[in-house]
Design a protein around this ligand. Structure first.
Ligand code: GLN
Length: 557
């Protein structure tokens, strides 16, 4: 068993997760079985309760664990399927230690960071040390070297190396080599200092991944090698990629990273097979057509908040040899009118979300997409707003709402799941993780999925109220997927629309390069069709001078 620890230096947001994931891609391409682990030094038990503005998206695993978005990179870049054992936070570590202390498991000893906290951390790594399943464990330590919270994790790694032997472990330090314009120079000092910080703790990196805007010349490489005690060929340049994050494995391969890692860990492998990956990147970089897609959400300014959705769009579009021009629209800005912002898009996607803010804008967007026959994909909250819109404006249920937004609404089209009624704690208490969905025959969903049963990842508290099923169905609202017992609506579509699809789950957590998710693929196909027929639609628009004025698109409350 071999272990790779990935630490970060100088500043955060260097793309450590992406680098770790990319190394995983390369090792898998050499035939190795790779698994990942992320250690997050913050005190939250998991990121499930954190604000996407601060922390980006919460990535949900099959077993329902709400985890850091880096786990999304790991699953997308490799074939690994992760569980709650693959994301450890300080919150979990201390929770475990304190529970043990209360049970009396420490037999009267003083409970301390070393050895009790570090033991919990080391055990987590050992849990993955199953030779029959994996060849390499890649463990990323969140935060930046020098952070107080990170110390117990680094200390645990130091001890761990002692236990399993240096020949089985590699420390890879991701660092910044900034370019100072005034001096026309790349600066190595911050890296030297962050490596010095690691050494203070007793860790010596064998590989330096240098994030940089400019190429590292020989002098800079030599200097980094000398001051940081890393061989010159282990100074790896990771320049900002030009087009897509999926280029990162290819640039790291060109720098010789995978061969170096295999040499350092004494791993004999074949040369990597990157044919399919290259083809995928080629399609992302040079598509033969483009479509404009609106994403209407609350966290539009934070790129990481809808990470998996943007990636899923990329995967599906590449499969259709198509590029995407994203139009990111703040839902609140659609509350007074949508035409100006949506009239030129080929598709509308509404992501998941929580809370009232922006909901009426999303409802307006759904209405516009339905009325103008623009392909629509609603994910979780996106499906719920599409449903409320249809109830209000097609079925005439004027007060239709979700009890999330109006507790006492007389028409609870969306209401709290039965199992949620007694729930008080916010953490890990939603309907989470993989649940099966039965696809209804003779629906668009059946065509899209080509399967009778699918499993998808969930993260929600509210659901469609089946009391309204018949009434809505009579007007063309079709429940096209349900839980196996038929009680929960998992997937909806509109009969009289080219592609109006909503799902109660999150398909974005199961899409990969070269394996796009069917709902995203169907959506992109519909957008491409829409775009190619766009001239005709535009003409139809012109022939209807008495179109509903924008203001009236705001639903009456
Ligand atoms: N807020 C909604 C619910 O809890 C939707 C959740 C989501 O979009 N993930 O059901």
């Amino acid at each position: 068993m071999k272990y790779i620890f990935v630490t970060g230096g100088v500043i955060s947001s260097l793309g450590k997760g992406l680098t770790a994931a990319s190394l995983g891609t390369l090792l898998e391409a050499r035939g190795l079985r790779v698994v990942f682990q992320k250690f997050d030094p913050y005190l939250n038990v998991d990121p499930g309760t954190m604000n996407p503005f601060q922390h980006g998206e919460v990535y949900v695993l099959n077993d329902g664990a709400e985890t850091d978005l880096d786990l999304g990179h790991y699953e997308r870049f490799t074939n690994c399927v992760l569980t709650r054992h693959n994301n450890l936070t300080s919150g979990q570590v201390y929770e475990t230690v304190i529970l043990k202390e209360r049970r009396g498991d420490y037999l009267g000893k003083t409970v301390q960071v070393i050895p009790h906290v570090t033991d919990v951390i080391k055990n987590r790594i050992h849990e993955l040390s199953d030779e029959s399943k994996y060849d390499v464990v890649i463990t990323e330590i969140g935060g930046t070297t020098g952070d107080i919270e990170g110390l117990p994790f680094l200390e645990a790694i130091r001890q761990f190396i002692l236990e399993v032997g240096v020949q089985n472990v590699l420390n890879m330090h991701v660092t910044l080599v900034p370019y100072i314009k005034a001096a026309h120079e790349l600066k190595t000092k911050p890296t030297q200092q962050s490596v010095a910080k690691l050494r203070e703790i007793g860790l010596q990196p064998q590989v330096l991944i240098c994030r940089t805007e400019k190429p590292l010349d020989r002098d800079v490489r030599r200097k980094l090698s000398m001051f940081c005690s890393v061989s010159e060929k282990a100074v790896i340049e990771e320049r900002d990629v030009e087009h897509t994050i999926y280029e990162v494995p290819l640039t790291l391969h060109a720098e010789g990273l995978d061969q170096l890692v295999c040499d350092l860990l004494h791993l004999e492998t074949r040369a990597p097979d990157l044919k399919d990956w290259r083809k995928f990147v080629e399609r992302v970089v040079n598509p033969s057509k483009r479509v404009k897609i609106a994403v209407v959400g609350k966290y539009i300014d934070v790129r990481d908040a809808y990470k998996s959705i943007y990636e899923s769009l990329t995967h599906a579009a590449a499969d259709e040899d198509c590029g995407i021009d994203l139009k990111l629209i703040d839902a609140e800005s659609l509350e007074l009118g949508v035409d100006a912002q949506l009239k030129d898009v080929a598709g509308v996607l509404i992501p998941g979300g929580f809370g009232l803010r922006g909901v009426e804008g999303k409802i307006n967007a759904a209405r516009y997409a339905r009325e103008h026959k623009i392909p629509f994909l609603g994910l979780c909250l996106g499906m719920q707003v599409g449903t409320i819109e249809f109830a209000r404006n097609v079925c005439g249920i004027k007060n239709a709402n979700s009890t999330e937004f109006d507790k006492d609404t007389p028409e609870p089209i969306i209401s709290l799941l039965e199992e949620q009624r007694g729930v008080r704690n916010k953490g890990a208490s939603m309907r989470l993780g993989t649940w099966p969905t039965n696809i209804v025959k003779n629906t668009l969903a059946e065509k899209i999925y080509g399967a009778a049963e699918v499993t998808e990842r969930h993260r929600h508290r509210y659901e469609f109220n089946m009391k309204y099923r018949e009434q809505m169905n009579a007007k063309g609202f079709v429940i096209s997927g349900t839980s196996p017992d038929g009680t929960l609506a998992e997937l909806i579509e509109l009969r009289d629309h080219p592609y109006f699809v909503g799902c109660q789950y999150h398909p974005e957590f199961q899409s990969k390069p070269n394996k796009p998710h069917p709902l995203f693929k169907g959506f992109i196909q519909a957008c491409v069709r829409r775009q190619s027929g766009h001239a005709r639609h535009a003409r139809v628009d012109q022939e209807l001078p008495h179109r509903v004025p924008e203001r009236e698109l705001v639903p009456q409350r």
